[in-house]
Design a protein around this ligand. Sequence first.
Ligand SMILES: C[S@@+](CC[C@H](N)C(=O)[O-])C[C@H]1O[C@@H](n2cnc3c(N)ncnc32)[C@H](O)[C@@H]1O
Length: 229
Amino acid sequence: MTPEAALMPHILPDPALKRIAKLSVRLWDRFYVPAKLGSDPVYGAVTKELGSSPLPVLDIGCGLGLLAFYLRETGYEHAITGFDYDAMKIRTARRMSERGGFAGLSFMTGDARHGLPEFGGNVVILDILQFFTLPEQEALLRAAADRVAAGGKLVIRSCLRDDSKRFRNTVAGDWLAKLTLWMKAAPVCYPDRELFESVLSSAGLNVRIEPLWGATPFNNHLIAAERVG
Ligand SMILES: C[S@@+](CC[C@H](N)C(=O)[O-])C[C@H]1O[C@@H](n2cnc3c(N)ncnc32)[C@H](O)[C@@H]1O
């Protein structure tokens, strides 16, 4: 893929982003949410990967549930479960969902290092693997792959560990975020391409890995792993 092709536009128009921002319960989120959704290519990329899948979605490390609200605005009407160990974020996601009057959205508190909910469908993991040790990453990828139903996908965004300048930029950016208290957790271990290929292939999924760095200097990639039905 060319760098230009990695500059994927978000799919939703401004009025839809504003509708999601209006669900916010904190003043700060009214500005943060549309800026994040409008500039980060990952939400459009996940929407494209899910396509017209009739399967439910489990979003591991869902944060405020932005992906769920984004997908509802794109017309994705199947059940979406968000799962995150930050109880405050889960409470906020539930309140935002109530404000929107959405059907079929649920948000659960839980630590993905200690197990995942029973589930079968599409699974999404965005930007959390760097907080896990290598054995925890392997266990999470295996557990997530087990929950991908026939015809479903595991869609991941992660920085890949390699010898690129982009990787070094990502490490510096993550530590800056930690030191300025923007992020609570420090990065622990960055997965490499081989980890995804070996763990997900041995779980029976067809794995595809593409750049997804948008306009950023970071080394984010999209990992899409499909269980052919
Ligand atoms: C960078 S944020 C990404 C939020 C969301 N995926 C998004 O893209 O909008 C990482 C999220 O992962 C969650 N997280 C980190 N470690 C976790 C764990 N062990 N179990 C569940 N959630 C976790 C954090 O609470 C945080 O909400």
